[in-house]
Design a protein around this ligand. Structure first.
Ligand SMILES: O=P(O)(O)O[C@H]1[C@H](O)[C@@H](OP(=O)(O)O)[C@H](OP(=O)(O)O)[C@@H](OP(=O)(O)O)[C@H]1O
Ligand SMILES: Nc1ncnc2c1ncn2[C@@H]1O[C@H](COP(=O)(O)OP(=O)(O)O)[C@@H](O)[C@H]1O
Length: 744
C-alpha cells in the first residue's frame, strides 16, 4: 500500500520480462495461426463432459442432474442439465401452468422456480393449456408455465431429457436458461438480490450441486456487504445453512454452508430490514424503490436450484406480471445494407481538416469562431478536464465533487489505488504501436508522472491482477477510474449520471445486458459505483471494447464549447501523435484544439461516422493487446479486426451474433433506451476458449435522460437538436458484419 507506483511497476516488469511469457505466447499464437488451430485444440483445454449425479436423493429431497456438456454460450444451448428424476424439494404451492404464481403481499411464500416439482412435458403428452399463444412446434412445458421448450427437437425415446439440440428458455424474457451452473445460480441469486432490495425478506436458495458454492460465495458476499445498499433501507444478512428444520440464525456477516456428500447445498439467507438510514450513504440521496414485477417473475426454471422468497410485509409486492414479451413476438429490425453510404451532418462548430475554407459559421456562434478559422484566444487547458464539469454527465445535476474522470492532480493516487492488486501491468506508450503486448516491459521505473500514466491508459490497456484470482483488464477509458472490488465486482469512480443509469438499467428489460449494480461505496475517501465485473465468469478472456453510436460527444458539449470554448492541449497532442497534419494551422499555432473538434476528428478517422461504432481496443486470450484502431474505418478493416479477435472461430462469431440480436430486441423494447441519449457508451465483448461469448453495454457516464416525453429512435441521422445518437444504426451494422462473417 505504501509502495509507490513506479516501484511496483518496476517489480512487475522484472518478473514479467524474466519469464518472457508474453513473447512466448505471441509465438505460440502465431504458430497456431499458421497451423490453423484453435487455442483449445492447441492446449487440449476442452473440458471432458462433466457428469454430476446426486446421491442420496431418496433421503434428501432434490432434483438430480446430469451435466452433459462443457460450458458454452447461453445462446448456444449446449450445456444441458437433464433432469433425471424430478423430485420436490419441499411441498410448496406450485402454480399451475399459466397461473400467476406470485403471492399477494400477505402470502407466506413464493416459489420462483417451480420446475423441480414437475417433469418436463413429454413429446407425446398434450400441450398444457396456456394463455400465451404458442407456435405450432412449441408449447409450454410442465414447469409452471413460464419455461418454454422447443419440443420439435425433443428425443422421443427420452422425453424427459433435454437434448443438446433443444432450446429451453424463459417465456417472458426469451432468455435461454441453459448455461454454466455458476451462471444459472448467479442469475437466480441476482434475482433474489433485487427482491431483497425492496425490503427485508427471507431468501432460501437450494443449490443441487456442490460446485455451485463459488457462485453462492459470490452472491452471499454481495449481500453481506453493508455498503451495497442502493436504497435507503439498510439490510444486514444473517446466513444459516443446513436442513430447513435446523435453520439457525447466525451473526450478521457470517455464512455457514453445508454441502452434503451428494453435493446438495442448502443455504438460507435471511435479511432483516433496518429502519435506520445508512449514514455512509447519507450524502448520496438514495431513494427506496420497490422491486418491480420483472424481478419477481423472472425465475430461472433450473431444476435442482430453488429459490424461495418470503415477501416482505410491505406494499412493495408486484401487482401485475409482465406480459407480451414472449420470444414468439420478437421482431427483428430491417437490416441496413448500405451502411457505408450513410452520412451525418457535422455541426458547424467543428472544423476538420478537409473542410473547405469557405465554410462559415452561423452568427449565433461565439465570435471566436469565424470563417478564417478559430481565433484561439480562449483559455488553454493543459490537462484533460473532467467531463462531469466540462461535458460528461450532461444533463444531470452533478456536483463537481463527483467527477467522473480524473483530473491530473488526482491521477497518481488513483493509480496507486490498485494497491489491492498484486501486480500492476501497464503497457507501453503514447505512441500507437499496432500490436502491443500487455506488459510493462517498456515501462521504465521512472515513469511515475500521472501525465504519463494517464496517457498510457488512454492509448493502451491497463492490465491489473486483482488479488481475487483473476486478471482484470481495462481496455479503454480513463486511468484511475477503476479499483478492485470484492470478488466479482469492480469499483468505478462515482458519477451520478452513471449511477442513475445503472439503477434504472438494472430494473429494465436490458438488465441481462448491463453489469449488475451494487450501489455506491466509499473507499479510502473516494466514492465509487460498485458493479459486476463482467470478466469474472471467464477464463483467460478475450475482450473487445466497441464504442457505439455516430457521435461521441453530447449536444450540450457543443453548446458549451460555443459559449465557453476551452482549448485542449492534451487533445492536440493526441491528435498529432496519430497524424501531425491533422490540426489546422491555427490549431498548430495554439498547440491546442477544442474537445468537440478532437472528438469529431476521431469519429471521422475511425468507423464511428460511417458505421455507427468503432473498435476501441482488443485484448486477446494470449495476453496481446491492440488499441490501435483509430484509423480502422472501413467495413473490411473492421472485419479483419473481428476475425483476428475471435481467432477465426465461427462458433464464437455465431454466439456473439446471437447475443447481439438478443440485445437489439431488448433495446427496441427498452423504456430506458427510448428515453436516453446514449453517447460514448461501449459494448464489451468477452469470450474464452470454451466459446462462451457475451456482450454487455458499459459506460453510461454520458448517457443522458431526455426531457419530458421526448424519445429517440436511435437510427435516424443526427442533426443538431434532434439528439439522435445512431446507437441502433451502429448495432444494425455490427450485426450485419457479424452475419456476413458467420456466412463467409
Ligand atoms: O479515446 P481518446 O482519443 O483518448 O479520447 C477520449 C475519449 O473520447 C473519452 O471517451 P470515453 O470515456 O468514452 O473513452 C473522452 O471522455 P468523455 O467520455 O468524458 O468525453 C475523453 O475526453 P476527456 O475526458 O475530456 O479527455 C477523450 O479524451
Ligand atoms: N463492468 C465491467 N466489467 C469488466 N470490465 C469493465 C467493466 N466496465 C468497464 N470495464 C473495462 O474498463 C474499460 C473502460 O470502461 P469505461 O466504463 O468505458 O470507462 P471510462 O468511463 O473511463 O471510459 C472497458 O473498456 C473495459 O475494459
Amino acid at each position: 500500500m505504501g509502495q509507490n507506483y513506479s516501484d511496483r511497476a518496476a517489480q512487475a516488469a522484472v518478473g514479467f520480462s524474466a519469464a518472457g511469457e508474453w513473447k512466448k505466447r505471441l509465438r505460440v499464437r502465431r504458430r497456431r495461426r499458421r497451423e490453423n488451430k484453435s487455442p483449445a485444440e492447441e492446449e487440449g483445454r476442452r473440458q471432458p463432459p462433466l457428469s454430476i449425479r446426486q446421491p442420496g436423493l431418496e433421503s434428501r429431497p432434490s432434483a438430480s442432474f446430469t451435466w452433459e456438456s462443457d460450458r458454452r454460450s447461453d445462446a448456444g444451448c449446449s450445456t444441458v442439465p437433464s433432469i433425471q428424476q424430478p423430485c420436490p424439494l419441499r411441498s410448496s404451492t406450485v402454480p399451475s401452468t399459466g397461473a400467476d404464481p406470485r403471492p399477494g403481499p400477505d402470502s407466506g411464500s413464493l416459489d420462483l422456480t417451480p420446475g423441480e416439482q414437475r417433469p418436463l412435458s413429454t413429446c407425446q403428452g398434450p400441450a398444457p393449456s396456456t394463455p400465451t399463444a404458442a407456435a405450432p412446434d412449441m408449447r409450454l412445458d410442465g414447469q409452471g408455465g413460464r419455461l418454454r421448450r422447443d419440443m420439435s427437437k425433443c428425443d422421443a425415446a427420452k422425453p424427459g431429457t433435454i437434448t443438446r439440440k433443444e432450446r429451453v428458455w424463459l417465456e417472458e424474457s426469451g432468455k435461454n436458461i441453459l448455461g454454466s451452473p455458476n451462471e444459472d445460480l448467479r442469475k437466480i441469486l441476482g434475482d433474489a438480490e433485487d427482491c431483497i432490495e425492496g425490503a427485508g425478506q427471507r431468501v432460501e436458495v437450494v443449490a443441487g450441486m456442490g460446485d455451485l458454492s463459488e457462485a453462492l460465495d459470490h452472491a452471499v458476499g454481495n449481500w453481506r456487504n453493508e455498503n451495497r445498499c442502493c436504497c435507503s433501507t439498510n439490510h444486514h444478512g444473517g446466513v444459516c445453512a443446513g436442513e430447513e428444520t435446523t435453520k439457525r440464525p447466525t451473526k450478521a456477516g457470517e455464512r455457514h454452508e453445508e454441502v452434503s456428500a451428494g453435493g446438495l447445498s442448502h443455504v438460507t439467507i435471511s435479511f432483516a430490514p433496518q429502519s435506520r438510514t445508512d449514514e455512509k450513504m447519507g450524502s448520496n440521496n438514495h431513494t427506496h424503490h420497490c422491486p418491480i414485477e420483472e424481478q419477481w417473475t423472472s425465475d430461472s426454471g433450473i431444476g435442482g436450484l430453488r429459490l424461495t422468497v418470503t415477501p416482505p410485509d410491505t406494499d412493495c409486492a408486484p401487482k401485475t406480471s409482465r406480459s407480451g414479451d414472449s420470444l414468439l413476438n420478437r421482431r427483428g429490425p430491417p437490416l441496413l445494407m448500405n451502411s457505408d453510404t450513410h452520412t451525418y451532418a457535422i455541426p458547424r462548430l467543428i472544423v476538420t481538416q478537409d473542410v473547405s475554407p469557405k465554410r462559415c459559421f452561423p452568427p449565433s456562434l461565439s465570435p471566436q469562431f469565424h470563417e478564417t478559422g478559430f481565433s484561439l484566444d480562449v483559455p488553454i487547458l493543459c490537462e484533460a478536464e473532467s467531463p462531469c464539469s466540462d461535458s460528461g454527465c450532461g444533463g444531470s445535476p452533478v456536483p463537481s465533487l463527483f467527477l467522473r474522470k480524473l483530473s491530473s492532480s488526482s491521477g497518481l493516487s488513483s493509480a496507486s489505488s490498485f494497491e489491492e492488486s498484486e501486480d500492476d501491468f501497464i503497457s507501453s506508450d503514447l505512441e500507437p504501436s499496432g500490436l502491443m503486448v500487455c506488459g510493462p516491459d517498456e515501462l521504465g521505473a521512472s515513469s511515475t508522472s500521472w501525465r504519463k500514466l494517464k496517457n498510457m491508459v488512454h492509448w493502451s490497456p491497463f492490465v491489473v491482477s486483482f488479488k481475487k484470482h483473476y486478471p482484470w483488464v481495462q481496455l479503454a477509458g480513463h486511468a484511475g477510474n477503476f479499483k478492485a472490488g470484492e470478488y466479482g465486482k469492480i469499483l468505478k469512480k462515482f458519477c451520478q449520471c452513471e449511477q442513475q443509469c445503472l439503477e434504472w438499467l438494472n430494473r429494465d428489460s436490458l438488465r441481462p445486458f448491463v453489469p449488475g449494480y451494487y450501489g455506491v461505496i466509499e473507499k479510502e475517501g473516494e466514492t465509487y459505483n460498485q458493479m459486476e465485473d463482467l470478466l469474472s465468469e471467464f477464463e483467460s478472456p478475450s475482450i473487445m471494447d466497441c464504442k457505439m453510436g455516430v457521435r461521441t460527444y453530447l449536444e450540450e458539449e457543443l453548446v458549451k464549447a460555443r459559449e465557453k470554448p476551452k482549448l485542449r492541449k492534451d487533445m492536440y497532442d493526441k491528435m498529432i501523435a496519430v497524424d501531425p497534419n491533422a490540426p489546422t494551422e491555427e490549431e498548430h499555432r495554439q498547440g491546442a484544439v477544442l474537445k468537440p473538434r478532437y472528438m469529431q476528428w476521431r469519429e471521422t478517422l475511425s468507423s464511428t461516422a460511417t458505421l455507427g461504432f468503432r473498435i476501441e481496443g482488443i485484448k486477446r486470450a494470449d495476453g496481446t493487446c491492440d488499441t490501435n484502431f483509430k484509423k480502422t474505418k472501413h467495413r473490411e478493416q473492421v472485419m479483419r479486426a473481428l476475425e483476428d479477435f475471435v481467432d477465426g472461430n465461427k462458433n464464437i462469431l455465431r454466439n456473439y451474433l446471437t447475443r447481439l440480436k438478443e440485445l437489439r430486441v431488448e433495446l427496441e423494447k427498452s423504456e430506458f433506451f427510448k428515453h436516453h441519449e446514449v453517447v460514448g457508451s461501449s459494448l464489451l465483448f468477452v469470450h474464452d476458449s470454451s466459446e462462451l461469448a457475451k456482450v454487455w453495454m458499459i459506460d453510461f457516464g454520458k448517457t443522458v435522460r431526455l426531457p419530458n416525453k421526448q424519445t429517440l429512435n436511435h437510427r435516424v441521422p443526427w442533426v443538431e437538436g434532434n439528439r439522435e445518437d445512431g446507437y441502433l444504426w451502429g448495432l444494425d451494422n455490427l450485426i450485419h458484419i457479424f452475419s456476413d462473417m458467420v456466412q463467409d
